[in-house]
Design a protein around this ligand. Structure first.
Ligand SMILES: Cc1cc2nc3c(=O)[nH]c(=O)nc-3n(C[C@H](O)[C@H](O)[C@H](O)COP(=O)(O)O)c2cc1C
Length: 264
């Protein structure tokens, strides 16, 4: 009798597990299972230990001004105008502009249930860092964007723009921008569900975030570019990343240089 009871329980657990897997597959793109939600909470938090021991995130949090969900231009105009800019004026970036750019790339929407860019399985592998040089109201340093709070967490003191520009095969024009946004990724968050396809999905997501940021910059009359040519280990070392996170794209941001001597 006891043996029959044990077998019945075992079969019930097996069936529930399979049903969960099945739902997981059929609803894979909206993260429909409770298992996925737990994974998301565990893996998707920016409090994961993505920074090396030498770069512990500080408690120093700067709230960003609330983002605006209405732009100046129509999307088609922004698409037609978008272009890479590689020279910047010395004008500092405002905190409101920086906040708006970060929100466009990875900010929270739908009362915190979604983000501005799609994410495979809603697992959100991307992390944004900002190398701050000249931003009103922010000390020079390296900051991590906290989408949940729409805030910046200071993770390093000191201006790292020159070092990163140098690590980008001496593309020193990068350092002339008042701030540089680094799009980085924690592949493991996506690999938990998608295994070997994770890297493909993560790279697609970095593209979504970068284009969002690009179009937002255009609407704010700001300049940016995407830079993928850099020495990974050097950038990892400069930013104090652990081996769980990889830098994917650098995006310098600022006002475009007014002089015609500085063509884009
Ligand atoms: C994945 C990727 C990597 C890039 N890396 C660099 C780079 O390292 N340096 C650079 O100056 N531009 C880089 N670019 C920008 C391209 O050169 C630029 O987008 C292209 O010339 C088209 O110009 P547009 O952006 O003005 O339309 C990169 C673009 C992409 C999509």
């Amino acid at each position: 009798m006891l043996r029959f009871f044990k077998i019945t329980i075992y079969l019930a657990v097996l069936l529930i597990g399979q049903a969960d897997n099945h739902v997981g597959h059929s609803m894979g793109w909206n993260g429909g299972t409770i298992g996925n939600i737990f994974q998301h909470q565990r893996a998707g938090s920016s409090n994961d230990s993505v920074l090396g021991k030498a770069t512990a995130p500080s408690r120093d949090i700067t709230r960003l001004p609330a983002q605006k969900s209405k732009g100046k231009q129509q999307l088609a105009i922004l698409l037609a105008q978008r272009h890479s800019v590689r020279s910047f004026s010395s004008t500092p970036l405002t905190l409101a502009h920086l906040g708006q750019l970060l929100w466009a790339a990875q900010g929270m929407t739908h009362e915190g249930r979604r983000r501005t860019a799609p994410s495979a399985g809603a697992l959100y592998p991307l992390e944004l860092f900002v190398l701050v040089g000249r931003v009103e109201g922010l000390a020079v340093g390296v900051y991590q964007y906290e989408p949940q709070q729409h805030a910046l967490r200071r993770v390093q003191d000191g201006d790292r723009r020159q070092q990163v520009a140098s690590a980008a095969w001496e593309q020193m024009w990068l350092a002339s921008a008042p701030a540089m946004i680094v799009i980085a990724a924690v592949y493991a968050r996506t690999a938990v569900k998608y295994g070997p396809r994770a890297s493909r999905y993560v790279h697609i997501e970095a593209g979504h975030a970068a284009e969002n940021l690009f179009l937002q910059a255009q609407d704010l009359d700001l300049a940016t570019a995407v830079v993928g040519a850099f020495d990974d280990p050097q950038v990892v070392r400069i930013l104090g990343f652990s081996n769980t996170i990889a830098p994917l794209l650098l995006m310098p941001v600022g006002m475009p240089h007014p002089s015609p001597m500085h063509p884009d």
